[in-house]
Structures are given as C-alpha cells and as structure tokens.
Design a protein around this ligand. Structure first.
Ligand code: DP6
Length: 333
C-alpha cells in the first residue's frame, strides 16, 4: 500500500521515541481555497492534478485530542457526540489511524472539536485531518517539520495539507509518484485588511462528498481538460494580487475560479450542484452590490454556503446587507 510506504519514509525522518505520551493535542485552522483543488493525479495519496492556493482561517478550525485506550477498537467523538464506527467519516479516521498504530491491538480515542459547521462546505475535513496529524506528532513526539506534517495531513484529506501552516498557503502539486514534493507552504505575504464573511445558509450535511464529486467530475466532465490551464492562470493572478494588495484582482480571480469549478460539476454526469436557491440569491446579491460600487466577491466550495471576500473598511456595510454573516479577519494584527 502506497500510503504505508510514505508514512514509513517520513517517520524514519522523525525522532523515534520508545513510547508515546499520555495524550496528544493540537489545533489546526480550516482553510478556504481561493484557487481550488478539484481533481487528483493519484486518488490513494490525494495527489492533486493541479496546484491550489488557500487562506487559513486563524482561530476557526479543529482541536484534536488523542489518547490510547485499553479496548479492541477505537472510539471517536466529534463535537461531544460519539461517532458510530460505521459512518464514512469514522471509516476514514480508522483507515488513517491504521497507518500509525504501533500494533494491531493499539486503539485510539480521538476527540475532535470544531468551531465551524461540520460538512457544510467549510472544509471541516481539512482542519480535522490536519489537527489529527499534528496531534499524532505530539502524541508520538516525532518532532516532524511542517513540510512532512503537511504530507501526512494530505494522506487523510487533500486540502488538509494546506491547514498546517497559517496565512496564504500554496499547495505544490509536485511531480513525484510518492508525493514527497506535494505539500502546503505559506506565502511570505500577509494581508491584514482582508476579510472573509461566512454566510451559513444551512448546516445540513452535504448529500455528496467532495471526494466523490471530484472523481465524478474528472471521469465525466468534457470541460475538465480546460481546468489545469484555468488554475495556472488564476494561481499567477492571485499571487500577483496578494503581492500588490490588489483586492479587485484577488476577488475577481477567486470568484471566477470557484464558479468555473462549479461549472465543471454541472457538466459532470450525473450532474452535481451544491447550490440551494438561497445560494443563488446570495450570489445575485453580491453581483448587485458590486454593480452599486461595493468591492465584494464570493467563493463557494463543495456545499451551499458562501464565503464573502471584502476589505475591513467595508465590514459594516457587508454586515448590513448580509444579516447573520460571521466576519473573520484571519490575518489582522
Ligand atoms: C471544494 O480535500 O475534501 O474544498 O482529498 O478527497 O479529501 P479529498 O478532498 P477534499 O476536497 C476539497 C475540495 C474543495 C476545494 C479546495 O479546498 O481546494
């Protein structure tokens, strides 16, 4: 199994303590992609078909606590609730933890607490798996560097590799078959005035996982072949926008990138749409406000909720137009 080989290579680089700590604990922020990851070159290792770029959301994310328990199977708690072992998320956790068990009889208790709605397109699996990788590093005292922690997080969920480091993070697609060159790395630039507005239209679980939707898009969309070029162009524009603090360029590029990803999904078969009627109304609101001169844009992931992009000076206006919006300023000093 390719994942086991990658883990063995990475753990050889870390410290090899004889035993583990009493407890491992870590927090990881969630991240919102401004240039999306949509499609894989290797589904087992979550190696992407293209690079991507995200913004980490500071205090919004997941805390993970790990302990060893004296029983034959793991137990998982998500936001205070025990998880049934047969749910898809539990299976993903179990498969991931299997990569790190010192012995088959070694069972974990995993407690994950998020402060974002689970599975509502706010990248909770990204911060969940990133916090788990960091908690494992703490539990086993591996002392791995960020690059290798990012690779370990990616094995749980692709976008998790962008949740290890703060700020703007570029996920290098890499070319190596084992993915040792495919990891998230923070850009040196920050943008303290940049705000994200979380417009939560529903907290219901999404009907189709991003993993399944991504696979179906790659397999059936006739538009998918245009995606790598779109990403290449958008990534360059976003980096330029960040360097020059050109908000119009950042907003236009991020919104166009998200809409293109959703257009790919609409062209898949069977077609995929994560939008609710409320999503479309909120998009139209943004377009109208922009026509009226407000610098506001949105991005959308594999769920119906929108994330608004605007600058701090416009936060009051955005709050007035989107009652209930949660405004975050992830890089405020
Ligand atoms: C729409 O990282 O959840 O949020 O690698 O299969 O776990 P897997 O997929 P996942 O996909 C995230 C897709 C996205 C876009 C993005 O975050 O770049």
């Amino acid at each position: 199994m390719k994942k086991k080989a990658v883990v063995a290579t990475i753990l050889d680089l870390g410290r090899q303590p004889a035993s583990h700590q009493e407890m491992g604990h870590a927090f990881a922020p969630t991240n919102i992609a401004l240039c999306k990851y949509w499609g894989k070159r290797d589904t087992e290792l979550n190696l992407p078909a293209t690079p991507s770029l995200s913004l980490s959301l500071g205090q919004k994310g997941a805390s993970c606590t790990l302990r060893r328990i004296d029983q034959a199977y793991d137990t998982y708690f998500l936001n205070g609730q025990p998880l049934e072992l047969l749910t898809p998320f539990s299976q993903r956790l179990k498969n991931y933890l299997d990569l790190f068990r010192p012995a088959d009889s070694f069972s974990f208790q995993v407690t994950i607490q998020t402060n974002i709605p689970v599975a509502a397109g706010l990248a909770s699996s990204a911060c969940g798996f990133a916090s788990l990788a960091l908690a494992l590093n703490d539990f086993f005292a591996w002392e791995l560097d960020q690059r290798h922690l990012s690779i370990l997080a990616r094995l749980g969920s692709g976008s998790a590799c962008r949740s290890i480091t703060p700020g703007f993070v570029e996920w290098h697609e890499g070319v190596l078959a084992d993915g040792m060159d495919s990891y998230g790395e923070s850009l040196k630039e920050a943008w303290p005035e940049l705000c994200i507005g979380l417009v939560i239209l529903t907290e219901k679980e999404k009907p189709l996982s991003s993993r399944a939707a991504m696979e179906r898009t790659v397999a059936t969309s006739h538009l998918y072949s245009s995606w790598p070029l779109k990403v290449k162009t958008d990534l360059a524009l976003l980096k330029q926008a960040i360097k020059e603090q050109d908000f119009k360029l950042l907003g236009e590029t991020a919104e166009s990138n998200a809409l293109t990803m959703h257009a790919l999904m609409l062209s898949a078969w069977p077609p995929i749409s994560y939008a609710l009627p409320e999503t479309v109304l909120a998009m139209q609101r943004v377009w109208e406000l922009r026509q009226d001169g407000l610098a506001i844009y949105f991005t959308q992931d594999a769920g119906p909720n929108l994330k608004l992009l605007f600058l701090a000076k416009d936060a009051e206006q955005v709050r007035a137009y989107f009652p209930g919006v949660e405004v975050l300023q992830p890089q405020a000093t």
